[in-house]
Design a protein around this ligand. Sequence first.
Ligand code: ITT
Length: 191
Amino acid sequence: KSLVIATRNAHKTEEIREMLGDRYEVKDVSSFPDLPEVEETGTTFLENATLKALAISREVGGLVLSDDSGLEVDALDGRPGVWSSSFGGEEGNHAKNNERIMREMSGQEVRTARFRCVMVLAEAGELLAHFDGSVEGRILDQASGAGGFGYDPLFAPEGYDESFAELGAEVKNGMSHRGRALANVVAWLEG
Ligand code: ITT
């Protein structure tokens, strides 16, 4: 079976590919040169995931899966949330995003946070279903670790003192927002 991931974030594709293993052939939009840039005008993960899945599935055949995700920090009233990828002021600049989190969280005692992921499955411009996953944790004082991407160096999942970036792909994928959403996708596809 094959699956096109409606993302320009290679880290998402890599994690999804690793989690699905040999069961699916996983491609993303980088395999299709002329696809439109999808504007994420929604205010929820579900809206943005829906926009991405529909736009790409109108252009490519077969099953298309989108992933809209982000970090919700309780002390920041749920920010950055759907604005996670440009929180530091520059789209996709993870170093700036992390600096802003550290700045806004400096001296803050309430450090609880979660990652959320909403996935939407579409085919031929039609929605099939949507799925979600989340993982609770807390924001560390200092970024640490070289694995993962994005906010991983600052996020320790519940039950651990290390960040997702320190824990490595296997541990992260086994409990992450993306891993949990994807398990629901697989159950739906194969159930
Ligand atoms: P696409 O829209 O092309 O899929 P994107 O990176 O812009 O790529 P989003 O709009 O869903 O995707 O933004 C997700 C942001 O949330 C991402 O850039 C990271 O900053 C953060 N994020 C999501 N999942 C994460 C994870 O597993 N680890 C760390 N940060 C994550």
